[in-house]
Design a protein around this ligand. Structure first.
Ligand SMILES: Nc1ncnc2c1ncn2[C@@H]1O[C@H](COP(=O)(O)OP(=O)(O)OP(=O)(O)O)[C@@H](O)[C@H]1O
Length: 554
């Protein structure tokens, strides 16, 4: 089944319970997204559905709303408490996000519909009590679900009505095939199943055969990314030695406005960039697979609430130090978390810009990175730094964008960046980048993990009693493994390009006001949203002042 038309129907026309409608309204969702419009009625009819829709298109709502409706329906007939819906997702972050979404959607019926997330890597016995209550919805990674099923902590044989697998394309690649097959043995013969995925890979089709029966495939004929009217793509030619200088200039001159996610290709480079920006007084928060899962969730929550403006994330597919390692690679001894899809599927909210500091290693990865912005109905920009070596990868992305956006215009626009105009920045950046030695990076990596583990374990019980203090726990503190020279935090007038002097002054004074109001940042999503709304018109607009004009790609 392939659909293109968006009839603009309303949630009220979907025969949903009033309590769900109220919760949807509270979320500020005025209309269903295209995938919600198509999927919700089919799922309410009881069909098995394979949902293929672009990243950020609202798939969570598409499968969660009918599941909640179904539970409310069955409760109106029999009040027996049992697990009726199992939602599997390949990472703890995703589980946490789905769980949060469900809490929001059940806010008006939280007594009738209960939900637990059992993806946290704690002792099974610690979660047993949550499961003895037999919550209506259980969210888990496949390995956690299987462990509890084997331990006899959940029994789904009689009660399960709905099975949902989110980010289905990742389930096999994260190594869950075996676990999933085993889980199926614990399920009843008949249940409704949904798979949600941003791509229709071979893995998804295999999973479909395994899990779905007579399924409807909802493959929306839309691009895998938001349309060009919503998401703008730019590339900027930059060699390794200049990337850092350009980023520093863009950030300090406030040419990049609004919340930003910067992607790099390895955990080391996360810290390298953090330590580099730290020297210029630019705080950032890192997200990578080595950090404890609850820290990652907390960081993303705070980012979504407007506490931080910049997250540096490493891609899980990435290589270690792709530009620098010359010897054969040794296997990292440090434990990486199989269940951490650091950025895949994560709903970073109100992100104005995605910056590919390192160009992604394939088209899929570009799609997933760029999909962190322009989510739902919001605007966004993806800016990629591209070295000569990375040009072939960029061409692949360009071809993909051209094909998927279906017109002959240039979707991936180039910025001609006049590096000579920011010579002062380049000069400072060179020293600062050099100061970030391998040892400093290693120390930072260890220090952060130690700090975060300490925060997350020793202070856990303290934070349970003092949840407000948890809000003030920040993940963007300086790591200080590189010596800070305070003067570097300022931008002396003489290094600001003439065309930008006026603009950057405005930017800097605005920043001062912002800092004065930093407490407000803790106030939550509405502030973050307001800030986003103020800047959304064109977060990279001011780049044009820079003496580089938009030009067509060759
Ligand atoms: N009907 C709607 N109207 C406006 N915003 C919506 C609507 N439905 C969902 N959203 C918002 O869109 C964003 C993306 O939703 P969601 O995370 O469900 O997307 P997704 O398709 O699952 O993306 P991914 O594949 O990356 O996980 C969320 O911030 C969500 O609150």
């Amino acid at each position: 089944m392939e659909e293109e038309e968006h009839h603009g129907c309303n949630f009220h026309e979907m025969e949903l319970d009033d309590r769900i409608l109220k919760a949807i309204a509270k979320q500020g969702w005025e209309k269903p997204t295209l995938i919600q419009e198509k999927a919700i009625p089919l799922l309410l009819e009881g069909k098995d559905v394979l949902i293929r829709a672009r990243t950020g298109s609202g798939k969570t709502g598409a499968f969660a709303i009918p599941a909640i409706q179904k539970i409310l329906n069955s409760k109106s007939v029999a009040r027996e408490q049992a697990v009726k819906c199992l939602i599997l997702a390949p990472s703890k972050e995703l589980c946490h996000q789905i769980y949060t979404n469900i809490l929001q959607l059940t806010i008006k019926c939280s007594r009738e519909v209960t939900c637990v997330d059992i993806s946290a890597p704690v002792d099974l016995s610690a979660q047993q009590s949550l499961l003895t209550e037999r919550p209506d919805i259980v969210v888990a990674t496949p390995s956690r679900a299987l462990a509890h099923l084997k331990a006899g902590n959940i029994d789904l044989k009689k009660s399960l009505e709905v099975l949902i697998i989110d980010e289905a394309d990742l389930v096999f690649s994260f190594g869950y095939e075996d676990e999933l097959k085993q889980i199926l043995r614990f399920l009843p013969r008949i249940y409704q199943a949904t798979l949600a995925s941003a791509t229709l890979s071979e893995d998804v089709l295999n999973l479909k055969k395994l899990v779905l029966h007579n399924a409807v495939t909802l493959k929306l004929e839309e691009s895998e990314l938001a349309p060009a009217t919503q998401l703008s793509h730019y590339h900027l030619a930059a060699e390794e030695e200049d990337k850092a200088a350009i980023l520093y200039a863009l950030l300090k001159l406030h040419l990049i406005r609004g919340k930003t996610v910067i992607f790099v290709n390895s955990v080391d480079r996360c810290y390298r960039l953090k330590l580099f920006l730290e020297q210029f007084g630019i705080p950032t928060c890192v997200l990578n697979s080595e950090l404890p899962a609850n820290v990652r969730c907390h960081s993303v929550n705070q980012y979504n609430n407007g506490v931080y403006d910049i997250i540096i994330a490493s891609d899980e597919k990435a290589l270690e130090e792709p530009h620098e390692v010359k010897e054969p690679k040794k296997k990292s001894k440090r434990k990486k978390d199989k269940e951490s899809g650091v950025s895949r599927g994560i709903d970073f909210q109100y992100v104005s810009n995605v910056i590919n500091f390192d160009f992604p290693l394939d088209v899929n990865s570009y799609i997933h990175r760029a999909g962190r912005t322009a989510r739902g109905t919001n605007q966004g920009t993806a800016l990629s730094f591209v070295s000569i070596k990375e040009r072939p990868l960029m061409q692949e992305v360009e071809e993909f964008l051209q094909k998927s956006c279906g017109d002959n215009g240039n979707i991936l626009k180039a910025y001609q960046f006049k590096l000579e105009q920011v010579e002062g920045f380049r000069y400072r950046a060179k020293d600062a980048w050099r100061a970030v030695t391998r040892i400093a990076v290693r120390e930072a990596r260890l220090k952060e993990i130690k700090q975060e583990i300490l925060n997350s374990q020793k202070l856990k019980s303290y934070f349970v009693d003092n949840p407000r203090d948890l809000q003030t726990l920040r993940h963007d503190k300086a790591l200080h493994t590189v010596k800070i020279q305070p003067h570097l935090a300022d931008v002396p007038d003489y290094i600001v390009p003439a065309a930008l002097k006026q603009l950057s002054r405005v930017g800097i004074s605005r920043k001062k006001n912002r800092l004065g109001n930093s407490r407000n940042k803790l106030a939550g999503v509405s502030k973050a949203k307001a800030k986003y709304e103020a800047k959304k018109a064109n977060p990279l607009k001011s780049m044009e002042f820079f003496g580089f004009k938009k030009r067509k790609t060759s």
